[in-house]
Unconditional design. Structure first.
Length: 258
């Protein structure tokens, strides 16, 4: 079975450019085995063949393994720090036209939250968010901008009133906010990183990576930041070796390029 999984990883890399060696194997293999069982397919080889011929199955696989779980203002206390401390400091240092990257943005909750957070400090037409994800399906959902009541639960009430419209049981983000975000496909483990950013936000994604892959991503984020720029990470992703990967620690969730 171990040999079969090694074969599977090689086939998936060739098929999707996703390197499963960079993900924690026990965790990822359990997810994939569950997905294969759901379709009553026996063996990795047969599943690979099915992925090559069934587009819907292939897209389900990519969405499933890229673990798209997101919500607006996730961990609100950390967004409060962003609002009251980090954004003002960055504006003072770099001016109102901050260059911001939302990496592994999933269904858009995070970059749209960033637009709203920044709008407390600068006019909307000064805001531009570059948002990327590996999964083009979630990018398509992000561009639609339709969300459940649960996913917007942590949005401040004034922002809900200003930037959301109820559509049946769902809530649609305003075109004014959508217009401030540019979405693009990007693989954190493979593609070239953009540069010169003042703020990079990548939250609750790297916990699924191996320590080696995680360190490499953090080093690349550091190189992508301007001197004095900030990285905002998730609540379970403290960088224990932050000095080794090029950062100074602002607090548990914010790391600055010295």
């Amino acid at each position: 079975m171990a040999y079969d999984y090694e074969y599977f990883k090689r086939e998936i890399l060739a098929l999707t450019t996703i390197d499963l060696n960079c993900y924690k194997e026990k965790q990822m293999k359990r997810r994939i085995d569950t997905l294969i069982s759901k379709h009553k397919i026996v063996g990795y080889d047969k599943y690979v063949q099915a992925l090559k011929t069934d587009r819907a199955l292939f897209e389900e696989f990519v969405s499933y393994i890229t673990i798209n779980v997101s919500e607006f203002y996730r961990n609100p206390e950390q967004w409060k720090i962003l609002d009251t401390q980090i954004i003002p400091e960055l504006i003072q240092k770099f001016g109102k036209n901050l260059k911001v990257w939302s990496a592994a943005c999933s269904t858009g909750d995070e970059p749209y939250s960033l637009v709203m957070a920044l709008s407390r400090h600068v006019p909307l037409d000064h805001i531009r968010i570059f948002a990327t994800d590996l999964d083009k399906q979630v990018i398509a959902k992000a561009k639609v901008g339709l969300y459940s009541e649960k996913s917007i639960a942590a949005v401040p009430e004034d922002m809900k009133r200003k930037y959301f419209t109820q559509v049946g049981p769902s809530y649609k983000i305003s075109d004014a906010v959508k217009a401030r975000v540019e979405f693009k496909e990007h693989n954190l483990l493979k593609d070239t990183y953009p540069s010169g950013y003042h703020l990079i936000v990548c939250r609750n994604v790297l916990i699924y990576f191996t320590e080696e892959a995680k360190d490499e991503v953090f080093r690349k984020f550091c190189r992508s930041l301007a001197v004095g720029g900030m990285l905002f990470i998730g609540s379970t992703e403290q960088i224990m070796n932050y000095k080794d990967v090029g950062f100074e620690r602002k607090n548990s969730f914010f790391y600055q390029k010295p």
